[in-house]
Ligand binder design. Structure first.
Ligand code: UDP
Ligand code: MG
Length: 334
């Protein structure tokens, strides 16, 4: 565990749980109850302050999620709802929640709505925070609750990320505590292509890892479609590393040397009169070259696309409404 110099100054925090929700009508009520119970227990045990809250972020749900969230928030001051104007994706949703929460909380934990991530790990998160950590990463113990495809693709992906030089923490999926100081630092990063798991470790700060068990989804089905997962994986690589571009250069250099050698061999063949009909060779070479060229263009295109989106400087999320029953904030909004 990393102990900071500020250890003695740490006070019991106001904790906010940020919970992104996209079409989670089957599970939000149960989640609100389980998370609420846990927060109340932590307050009783004196581990968090009484103003602590659960902040749901509605990421443009098309089902009854928002209505249910409003009902939950209307009944108890412990719950609040940040509703985004549309579906901005998991990463933007948790960013919106964290940036809203940091104005009121000393520490923020992001956790999925489906109760897959063990809520009991909060005690360990808080212990690390009290020991001086600014960031605490939740890392899953194993992947037994995942299907074979998700398990093997995730393992392969983390290996690839490490090869490409990204500091991403294996098997950490946005179940994370951040102190207000770390969140202030994060707010300085203005990038549109968000890959928080890769970005946050690059900030530095005293940090630690907490292991937790992953459960089966409480209800509903995964909101990470294959397309969303691919986009996140691509964002992860291209927003954290330029190694693929460098690999293209290395590949290009290799192909150049190969062509020079081939030219010399062909010329010598021509001089010596060993001209052979080279249909197969020509076909293979042009197919390989075509493939490499298109692949390289595709990779370069990915980066250009990223640059294009970054230059627009579009907002990463738009908040439609914030609902909470905390008296002073309510009167401010009224
Ligand atoms: N989520 C979101 N916006 C999206 C997709 C997902 O806010 O566009 C939320 C979702 O409601 C959940 C969390 O992100 O709270 C993780 O999604 P999910 O559990 O479906 O992913 P999985 O655990 O299957 O990877
Ligand atoms: Mg899940």
């Amino acid at each position: 565990m990393v102990i900071s110099m500020e250890n003695e100054e740490r006070k019991i925090p106001v904790l906010y749980l940020v919970v992104p929700c996209y079409n989670e009508e089957e599970v939000v009520e149960k989640s609100a109850q389980v998370m609420g119970d846990k927060l109340r227990r932590l307050m009783q045990e004196g581990k968090i302050k009484s103003g602590s809250k659960i902040m749901f972020v509605n990421d443009g749900s098309k089902d009854n999620t928002l209505r249910l969230l409003h009902e939950i928030a209307a009944g108890d001051t412990m719950y609040s709802v940040v509703s985004l104007a549309g579906n901005y994706g998991h990463q933007s949703a948790i960013l919106a929640g964290m940036m809203t929460a940091k104005e009121h909380a000393d520490a923020v934990v992001t956790i999925d709505a489906d109760l897959q991530q063990d809520i009991e790990a909060l005690d360990k998160f808080l212990a690390c925070y009290m020991a001086g950590c600014e960031v605490v990463y939740g890392v899953r113990n194993d992947r037994h609750s995942d299907g074979t495809f998700k398990k093997s693709s995730a393992t392969l992906y983390y290996k690839l990320m490490h090869l490409l030089g990204s500091k991403v923490i294996a098997n950490h999926a946005d179940y994370r505590l951040m102190s207000r100081k770390a969140l202030e630092a994060l707010s300085e990063y203005q990038e549109t292509n968000l890959f928080l798991r890769g970005l946050i470790p690059t900030m530095g700060f005293a940090s630690d890892v907490v292991y937790f068990d992953v459960k089966k989804r409480e209800a509903g089905h995964s909101k990470y479609t294959l397309a969303k997962m691919m986009t996140l994986a691509m964002d992860g690589i291209t927003s954290m590393s330029v190694t693929p571009l460098r690999l293209i250069a290395v590949l290009g250099f290799g192909v150049c040397i190969f062509s020079v050698v081939m030219c010399i061999i062909s010329l010598l063949d021509w001089i010596w009169g060993n001209n052979v009909p080279g249909y197969t060779t020509s076909l293979i070479v042009s197919l390989i070259m075509g493939g490499i060229t298109l692949l390289s263009l595709g990779i370069i295109g990915e980066y250009i696309g990223k640059i294009y989106m970054e230059t627009k400087k579009r907002p990463r999320y738009i908040i439609d409404t914030i609902v909470w029953k905390k008296s002073e904030e309510q009167s401010k909004n009224d």
